[in-house]
Write a new protein. Structure first.
Length: 122
């Protein structure tokens, strides 16, 4: 048997007001949720959002997007739903390239670190 009023109206009586606790987020929901690699997860999410936007903007079917990205349609469906397990940042960059985008990586100094950044490519 169901609890509560049978006619669908709100319960009678009052609920004492309690203060609502609001906590400011860090700006990275993955960090707030305790994800193991929150910066990587956020970067992937942002890249997938770009991919999803490009597919929608061009009105591509998932089948056509799959052809361009070198995937099958079910994988495109999973990708645009945010399922990025198994996709490296590099692979997401290649998907963006396949969609006609140029990917640029910028390295900036960390305000907490006074040492300059050095990148050596051999």
């Amino acid at each position: 048997m169901r609890n509560g009023p049978r006619n669908g109206s709100a319960r009678t009586g009052t609920i004492p007001e309690q203060p609502v606790r609001v906590e400011r987020g860090s700006g990275n929901v993955f960090a707030d949720l305790g994800h193991a690699n929150p910066n990587l997860a956020l970067a992937k999410a942002e890249l997938v959002q770009c991919i999803r936007d490009l597919i929608a903007e061009r009105k591509l079917t998932q089948t056509k997007a799959a052809e361009l990205l070198g995937l099958d349609q079910p994988k495109v469906s999973s990708l645009v739903r945010g399922r990025v397990e198994g996709y490296s940042i590099d692979r997401l960059f290649r998907f963006l390239n396949a969609l006609g985008q140029r990917v640029e990586i910028t390295v900036r100094s960390n305000p907490n670190n006074t040492e300059p950044c050095a990148v050596v490519v051999t």
